[in-house]
Ligand binder design. Structure first.
Ligand SMILES: [Zn+2]
Ligand SMILES: [Zn+2]
Length: 570
């Protein structure tokens, strides 16, 4: 049950190591470790005891030693040492877009600042521009970035929120007094980031449920406690709201607490027009005062003359009108997905072999996959030399034949600073599919980044642009890019843009994905899996795509392989 805490500590240690200037491979080992621990199927303690953790790929000796110590002492040695050297607030600097570990270190060493607020004061006092290697321009963009960070603060990526939600849900469900437990709110609507967890429980013993909820190990602070509800702040930094409902209240409560606010306002209007009063507990006839029994959300929509609206669509972006007219989008589901076109293996920074990834994908029901490991410039991710790329291509052909399962031999090719690609054309021509992505040089101006992407789109051997805006939720803002121009270029060149389903990314965002749909540019929902378990990201990727009203036909990897190959001209 302590997996999340351990994962956060590893993450913090990685951030502090970066600032300290430790070996980047060691930093990455901790970052990967944090992610692996958060996604373990059982408690790390159990897996440590029965030896399975030592067998988990990505958990090396050094990391395992740290975890063992943690299991015994409850603290992480590496982190304790780092905390002595670097004050807590300095790690926060890394969350400012454009500030890397070196710059964070300079701010601390030269300006003596240890909080973002102090750093901001220093920048306003024009002290940042006097630092060696930095100038007025950096100072201005630093201030802008701090401002933007403040606007979005308080939102947490689903990479953190979803595992926490799952643990809370399973703990509450294990209570005999709990009938059901559901997570509502923006997490149910599949927002890319969430501000709080809305936990709904059906029970006839609310006091008992509340007592357990506020005592959960993830709770940092109790901010409110009543007879049927409680509010807390979780250690992960997000708020949690618990509501205990009766079975009769549940359907209206689920709808209400799923939101969004804008959708709910419209729903109450619709109810009013039809002589009802709708609130979080019931649908009531305004004249007679009689409650209409509502057994499910579908019932509620039906009573108001609406087709069922998927949670992902409930944003008042036209879904209510569409539900009245019967023009809601066809529901895209994970069953429509035929393949996954972006995943990594041990050839670069993945944890599994070609055969292991293919077996796992086939077991999930995929009909084909593409393996796209990193290209040679991305040294930090063990990018492939020409020779290794060719060796991998041969291995892919062989595994594909042995398994009788189509595996496209591809690459995730770096788009270099000038928009050229990381390998020669004649090599790219020998591959089945090429995903092109930007992994460095984010500091360029908007027109440069836009041109870079467009040049890649115009390259005859590029088929898909990977994670087109480079955002890392909670860590890095998207780089500035003119997506209108990028989408127009993709349309001209008949190229595909990716929704990267890694929970920190969801990139394209829903606005751009909707623009692709309107413009007729196909989208691929790819997991970018670095280990077999991550192939499951496709589920949240599909749910996220529903927010953009994407239907199966808009998504290139719902197509049969022949159609996909025909589209990319193979
Ligand atoms: Zn990438
Ligand atoms: Zn990738």
């Amino acid at each position: 049950m302590d997996n999340l805490r351990l994962s956060w500590l590893l993450e913090e240690a990685a951030a502090l190591m970066e600032i300290k200037g430790e070996n980047p491979f060691k930093v990455r080992a901790f970052q990967n470790g944090a992610r692996i621990v958060a996604g373990l199927p059982r408690s790390f303690q159990e897996m440590l005891d029965d030896g399975e953790l030592a067998q988990t790929s990505g958990i090396g000796k050094g990391l395992l030693g740290q975890i063992k110590d943690y299991a015994q002492s409850g603290s992480l040695n590496a982190l304790d040492e780092l905390r002595q050297e670097i004050p807590e607030g300095v790690a926060e600097f890394l969350h400012i877009p454009g500030v890397g570990p070196k710059m964070a270190r300079t701010f601390y060493d030269k300006l003596g600042v240890t909080t973002v607020a102090d750093l901001e004061d220093a920048a306003r006092a024009r002290k940042v521009r006097e630092l060696k290697g930095l100038g007025g321009k950096t100072e201005m963009s630093l201030l802008r970035s701090i401002e933007r960070m403040r606007q979005r603060s308080g939102r947490t990526s689903t990479a953190i929120a979803r595992p926490l939600a799952n643990e809370v849900k399973s703990l509450l469900e294990s209570l005999s007094c709990v009938e059901t437990c559901t997570i509502a709110g923006s997490l149910r609507r599949q927002s890319a980031t969430v501000k709080d967890l809305d936990v709904l429980v059906v029970s006839d013993q609310p006091e008992q449920v509340i007592e357990v909820f506020v005592a959960l190990p993830y709770v940092q602070e109790i901010t409110g406690q009543g007879s049927t509800k409680a509010s807390v702040v979780f250690k992960a930094g997000l708020n949690g709201d618990l509501r205990v409902l009766t079975a009769e209240q549940f359907a209206c409560g689920l709808h209400y607490f799923t939101g969004s606010k804008a959708h709910n306002i419209r729903m109450r209007q619709i109810a009013k027009e039809q002589g009802y009063t709708l609130n979080e507990y019931s649908l009531t006839n305004t004249q007679t005062g009689q409650e209409t029994p509502i057994g499910s959300e579908s019932d509620l929509f039906r009573c108001l003359g609406l087709a069922y609206i998927e949670p992902e669509l409930r944003e008042d972006r036209g879904e209510i009108e569409a539900a009245q007219q019967g023009t809601l989008p066809q529901r895209l589901t994970v069953e429509h997905i035929q393949g996954d076109l972006h995943m990594h293996t041990v050839y670069s920074d993945g944890a599994n072999t070609v055969a292991e990834m293919a077996e796992a994908a086939r077991a999930m029901g995929h009909k084909y996959i593409a393996i796209c490991d990193h290209s040679r410039s991305l040294k930090i991710a063990n990018g492939m030399s020409v020779e290794r790329l060719l060796r991998q291509r041969d291995e892919i052909r062989q595994v594909s034949k042995e398994m009788n399962f189509p595996i496209l031999s591809g690459v995730e090719c770096d788009i270099l600073a000038d928009g050229s690609l990381d390998y020669e054309d004649d090599l790219l021509a020998q591959l089945d599919i090429v995903v092109a992505s930007i992994h460095s040089g984010f500091q360029q101006e908007e027109h440069q980044l836009t041109q870079r992407l467009i040049r890649a789109i115009e390259h005859p051997y590029v088929h898909i642009i990977g994670h087109p805006t480079g955002r890392m939720l909670g860590q890095r803002e998207p780089y500035p890019v003119d997506m209108d121009a990028v989408i127009a270029a993709a349309k001209r060149q008949k190229k595909i843009l990716e929704i990267n389903a890694t929970p920190e990314r969801f990139d394209l965002n829903e606005t751009y994905a909707a623009m692709c749909r309107e413009q007729g540019v196909p989208v691929a929902i790819n997991t970018d899996a670095h280990r077999t378990e991550q192939l499951r990201y496709v589920e949240s990727g599909v749910a996220y795509a529903r927010r953009a009203w994407l239907e199966p036909k808009h998504v290139a990897n719902t197509w049969p392989l022949e159609d996909l190959l025909a589209y990319i001209g193979k």
